[in-house]
Design a protein around this ligand. Structure first.
Ligand code: TYD
Length: 137
C-alpha cells in the first residue's frame, strides 16, 4: 500500500475556454493531468442522501470532477482526513493511490466524472476500513 497522505492530494484548475456560447474544459494526456487516462466513468441519478466511495486503491489514481452540480469528497490516510467540496466543472480533485475516500452531499442532478489511471480491477480495491488501517501501518 502506497504511503501517500491527504496532503498529496489537491484541487487542480483545469482551466476553461470561455466563449459567449458557453465554456469548454479540456483534459488531455500529457498536458494537464499527471497520469495517463485509461478509463472514464461517471456517476449520475444518485439518490438523495446516498454516500459512495468507501474504499481505497492500491495503485489507481484519479481525477474527480463535478461535471454537474456538487458533492463533497473526504479523503483519509489513516491519520488525517481532508474534505474537499467540488462544485465547478473546471476543477478536479487529484486523488493519489492509498487513500480512503467517501463521497456524499450529492446535489440533485449532479454528475461525478472520474478519470482513472487504470482499467477496472476489483483486486486493486480495499473495501474494508479495518484492512485499510492495517495496510497503512
Ligand atoms: P464502486 O467503485 O464501488 O463505486 P463507488 O466508489 O462510486 O461507490 O463501483 C460500484 C459498482 O460498479 C461495483 O459493483 C463495481 C462496478 N464498477 C464496474 O463494473 N466498473 C467500473 O469501472 C466501476 C468504477 C465500477
Amino acid at each position: 500500500m502506497k504511503n501517500n497522505t491527504v496532503f498529496n492530494c489537491s484541487i487542480v484548475d483545469l482551466s476553461k475556454v470561455h466563449t459567449i456560447a458557453g465554456n469548454i474544459t479540456v483534459v488531455e494526456n500529457g498536458d494537464n493531468i499527471p497520469f495517463e487516462v485509461k478509463r472514464v466513468y461517471y456517476l449520475y441519478d444518485v439518490p438523495a442522501g446516498v454516500e459512495r466511495g468507501g474504499h481505497a486503491h492500491y495503485e489507481l489514481e484519479q481525477y474527480i470532477v463535478a461535471a454537474g452540480g456538487s458533492f463533497d469528497v473526504t479523503l483519509d490516510d489513516g491519520l488525517n482526513k481532508k474534505k474537499f467540496i467540488l462544485n465547478r466543472p473546471n476543477l478536479a480533485l487529484h486523488v493519489v493511490p492509498g487513500l480512503w475516500r467517501e463521497i456524499k452531499n450529492f446535489s440533485s442532478g449532479s454528475i461525478t466524472m472520474v478519470l482513472a489511471s487504470e482499467i477496472y480491477k476489483e483486486e486493486d480495491y480495499i473495501r474494508n476500513y479495518e484492512d485499510f488501517l492495517k495496510l497503512k501501518k
